[in-house]
Design a protein around this ligand. Structure first.
Ligand code: FRU
Length: 494
């Protein structure tokens, strides 16, 4: 077990290097080799952005979890670092699950994660428990703390489960001169809750409160919580498992929610105001945030759904991808997401069109590409509402991915049925947008294997993977009835 990390580092060196740059996204993070899920340890360390991820190097499927590692100066160009942690201790023999990172006052980087221990009972039944552990490092190499675990069953409130006790997100509270962490748990009612803990040194922790609970309303177990203040409110984000659909807001299965509310730092109570989905696309889970040195709250998510992860595109040597990091803000109580402004430094070849009348299918000169940042504004012509507007991207004679807007119902439909995926995975999602007299603004970030749509200046985000061959790079516009369209497009070039 001791050598698992070195073995993984050797393996990723040999096999990761064989993956050509063109086989990876241009500006989205993927594993160096093998499998990736949740973002972990998204943080600033010694002036650089670090991102770790749930990682299984040896296959493109989930396995005993390692932590992969990349760092960046601008969150667009990332540098690979060797795997940071392997499941090599008794308390994490079944995996180093999700967690977070922080820079300590003495200059070391602390990783806080969930150790999963599994053992077989005499009758053969496999049991497991989850505890919180820490490791210390220099931004590349990490040593697990000899006092691990730092939080275990004895630190749970009554009725809490040690089988589902995971995903610590740590932060420093300057006012209270304390570390705090939120951790997902499963209370006696079988659904999810978020526990709040406090520490003076990130090693000795005490329980503060049950910050928020699912009460069987929004899915079951709540995974990967995060908690921060934003524009005068407090915001919880979490990823509930096993949700049931509600209107167009929440879909079945593993989802993602944000909860706005008021937090009382004296009693550690949180009063819920509103709950909404974070991202309405097909592939989004387990987001995590950091606070940048210039005060921006930035979120990155796993751009993949668990459900469709069992069907993978043929021949890939990596699987699992991160979203583009997004700047968060609150507008009218709602979470606004916009691609980080650092992307703008990579925009080239601006092309723009104004007031184009769109009816029959048409293409616009120079509006094409698979690594682009494009904004499309659609509005009615002369006060008469068009019936539907269709935008097709990653298109050739066989393939396309469509984005359709119906101004009568305000529904935006994303559809990747014809994107060339050879498995019957979920391919469409409908999003109820907020009506604006037939006008809609879509900012679309395309990378080689993904589409991220930011609706109406970040009011809603819709993220999905597509694995269409790269030659399919046309874009077409079409409307039933007449729509007036503005388009601005940049190539993203590195
Ligand atoms: C969320 C999750 C976490 C867990 C990790 C394991 O996707 O299930 O709760 O820590 O993945 O890889």
């Amino acid at each position: 077990m001791e050598n698992s990390l070195n073995q993984a580092r050797n393996y990723e060196k040999i096999y990761g290097e064989q993956i050509r740059d063109s086989e990876r996204p241009l500006f989205h993070v993927v594993p160096y080799v093998g499998w990736m899920n949740d973002p972990n340890g998204f943080s600033v360390y010694k002036g650089e952005y670090h991102l770790f991820y749930q990682y299984y190097p040896y296959n493109t499927t989930w396995g005993p979890m390692y932590w992969g590692h990349v760092k960046s100066k601008d969150m667009i160009t990332w540098e690979w670092l060797p795997a940071a942690m392997a499941p090599d201790q008794k308390y994490d023999n079944a995996g180093c699950f999700s967690g977070s990172a922080i820079e300590l006052p003495d200059g070391r980087q602390l990783l806080m994660y969930t150790g999963v221990q599994e053992w077989k009972r005499e009758d053969g039944f496999r049991e497991s428990r989850q505890t919180q552990c820490v490791a210390f490092g220099d931004g590349k190499d990490y040593v697990k703390y000899e006092g691990n675990p730092v939080l275990s069953a004895k630190d749970l409130p009554e009725g809490g489960s040690e089988v589902d006790f995971r995903d610590p997100k740590i932060w420093w509270d300057e006012g209270k001169k304390s570390y705090f962490a939120v951790i997902g748990n499963r209370p006696a009612d079988g659904s999810g809750s978020i526990l709040l803990y406090r520490s003076h040194d990130a090693m000795h922790w005490e329980f503060c409160s049950v910050l928020e609970s699912c009460r069987n309303e929004y899915g079951l177990m709540w995974e990967c919580p995060d908690f921060f203040s934003l524009d005068g409110s407090s915001v919880i984000i979490t990823s509930p498992q096993d949700m049931l659909s509600i209107g167009y807001e929440f879909h079945n299965g593993n989802g993602n929610i944000y909860i706005t509310g008021e937090y009382d730092p004296l009693t550690f109570r949180f009063d819920r105001k509103e709950i909404h989905a974070i991202d309405y696309g097909l592939d989004f889970y387990a987001p995590q945030t950091l606070l940048s040195p210039d005060g921006r709250r930035i979120m990155i998510g796993w751009m993949q759904s668990w459900e469709s992860s069992h069907h993978q595109p043929q021949g890939k040597k990596w699987f699992g991808m991160m979203t583009i990091p997004r700047e968060l803000s609150l507008r009218n109580g709602r979470l606004i997401q916009e691609p980080i402004r650092e992307l703008e430094a990579y925009r080239r070849n601006r092309v723009s069109y104004h007031d184009v009348g769109v009816q029959d299918r048409m293409q616009l000169p120079s509006i094409s590409g698979r690594c682009i940042d494009m904004t499309v504004v659609v509005r009615p012509s002369g006060g008469r509402l068009y019936e539907k507007f269709h935008l097709k991207v990653a298109k050739d004679t066989r393939f396309y991915t469509s984005i359709t807007y119906n101004p009568g119902t305000s529904i935006l439909t994303f559809d990747r049925s014809h994107s060339g995926f050879r498995h019957d995975i979920l391919a469409t999602r409908k999003v109820l947008t907020r009506f604006r007299d037939g006008e809609i603004k879509l900012r679309i970030i395309l990378d080689r294997f993904s589409v991220e749509i930011f609706v109406n200046d970040g009011e809603q985000a819709v993220s999905s993977t597509i694995y269409t061959e790269q030659e399919a790079d046309s874009i077409s516009f079409e409307a039933n009835g007449m729509a007036i369209v503005d388009v601005e497009k940049y190539d993203i070039i590195k």
